[in-house]
Design a protein around this ligand. Structure first.
Ligand code: MG
Length: 392
């Protein structure tokens, strides 16, 4: 019976009595295929295609960490486990992959994320609906993105950041994020730390000058401060009217203390994997805005789960995501249905071929990314562009 169902056309399956179970069993994974593209010195973008029967292929993204080698090994391992299983076995996949999290703290959740996005892409294609319809539908048609200019700014001076910010607003963005305290000499002298802090603040002032008072300015401190210097930083940044200040320091309780003293909202949590860890961060009062990343936490369902926890605690969600166009679209399909969605991250200016890496080409209008009306995620990899920039 199953064999004959597997050979039946999708339309016939969808209309037969008791269709869901038989339908699910009929669409099984055949194999995974991994595509890596070289972006810049910061590393590669890693994509995964999940091939299923009925000629369907789903797409996901498992970037971003250097060359991506650890993810590739785990993507292959998870793909072998998945072969022959239903495209609807998301929780079973999650349970299997979580057993590898302790040994591969960063790569395993990333590999899970890539495959999970691809399975949802397949589910949407099989059902003939955009992925957002699998996550509760839409509250909005498009999501607001901020331009992260940090990865594309090579000249780490006020002029260098200002030039990157200018390119972002010329491209239509009305919100810009930077991390100008990167490279803080934490083991250096007090004078060296002070000089780097002053330079970082000067870069932020230069960007505020370029973008004007009417656009939003977001600053990521990348945990370069301790509690005492964090208080000092708050005072220095207060006049700049930030949209948010992200991750001054690592300890949850220190962040919470600083947050209680701060005028501006706090955002953070991009590196937290697992519901329990996110719950602890929320309970500590570390942030106003939680930043799960669809590519590093386990995928689209995990993003929804964490967003629901945040919603229950009265927090907004602004998914982290400085990588390629597939992960951003996967996040957007969940974000359009989140009541507590704030803003999504977009890595601006890293390559001039980013938009062409997917078909149809990625398109943002005024910094807004519309989710596709096509089934699934609504995009494919552009094989020609991917081949032209294939990672060695
Ligand atoms: Mg960050």
């Amino acid at each position: 019976m199953l064999r004959s169902l597997a050979a039946a056309p999708l339309t016939a399956l969808a209309s037969c009595a008791g269709a869901p179970d038989r339908y699910a069993a009929a669409i099984a994974v055949r194999a995974v295929e991994i595509v890596r593209v070289r972006v810049n010195r910061r590393g590669n973008w890693v994509f995964v295609k999940v091939h299923a029967n009925e000629g369907l292929t789903g797409l996901g993204e498992a970037s971003h960490a250097g060359r991506g080698d650890p993810q590739v090994a785990l993507l292959e391992e998870f793909g072998e486990w998945l072969a022959g299983r239903s495209i609807y076995d998301i929780e079973a996949l999650r349970a299997m992959a979580q057993q590898r999290f302790a040994e591969h703290r960063r790569a395993a959740p990333r590999a899970l994320s890539g495959i999970e996005q691809a399975l949802y892409d397949l589910q949407g294609q099989a059902a003939g609906v955009p992925c957002c319809q699998l996550f509760g539908g839409k509250l909005r048609d498009a999501v607001r993105n901020y331009a992260n200019i940090n990865r594309s700014t090579e000249t780490r001076t006020p002029d260098g950041f200002a030039a990157s910010a200018r390119r972002a607003i010329d491209a239509g963005f009305d919100a810009v994020k930077m991390a100008s305290f990167d490279g803080m000499p934490l083991r250096g002298s007090a004078a060296e730390i002070e000089a780097h802090t002053r330079l970082g603040v000067a870069c932020i002032e230069a960007v505020r000058e370029v973008i004007g008072a009417g656009r939003d300015l977001l600053v990521d401190a990348h945990s370069n401060f301790d509690l005492e210097r964090g208080y000092d930083l708050l005072q220095r940044l207060e006049p700049l009217n930030l949209y948010w200040l992200e991750e001054i320091t690592r300890p949850f309780d220190d962040l919470a203390e600083l947050r209680r003293a701060a005028e501006m909202p706090f955002a953070g949590g991009e590196s937290l994997v697992g519901l329990a860890r996110n719950r602890a961060y929320i309970d500590a009062g570390a942030v106003d805005i939680l930043m799960p990343d669809v590519k590093t936490i386990g995928g689209m369902l995990e993003l929804k789960k964490i967003a629901v926890m945040a919603e229950a605690a009265g927090l907004a969600v602004a998914p982290h995501g400085p990588a390629g166009p597939v992960g951003n679209m996967a996040a957007a399909h969940v974000c359009v249905g989140l009541p507590n969605f704030d803003i999504l991250e977009f890595s601006h200016g890293e390559t001039d071929w980013r938009a062409e890496l997917v078909d149809p080409p990625e398109s943002l209008q005024g910094g807004r990314l519309r989710v596709s009306e096509r089934p699934g995620l609504g995009l494919k990899l552009n094989e020609k562009t991917a081949r032209a920039h294939a990672a060695a």
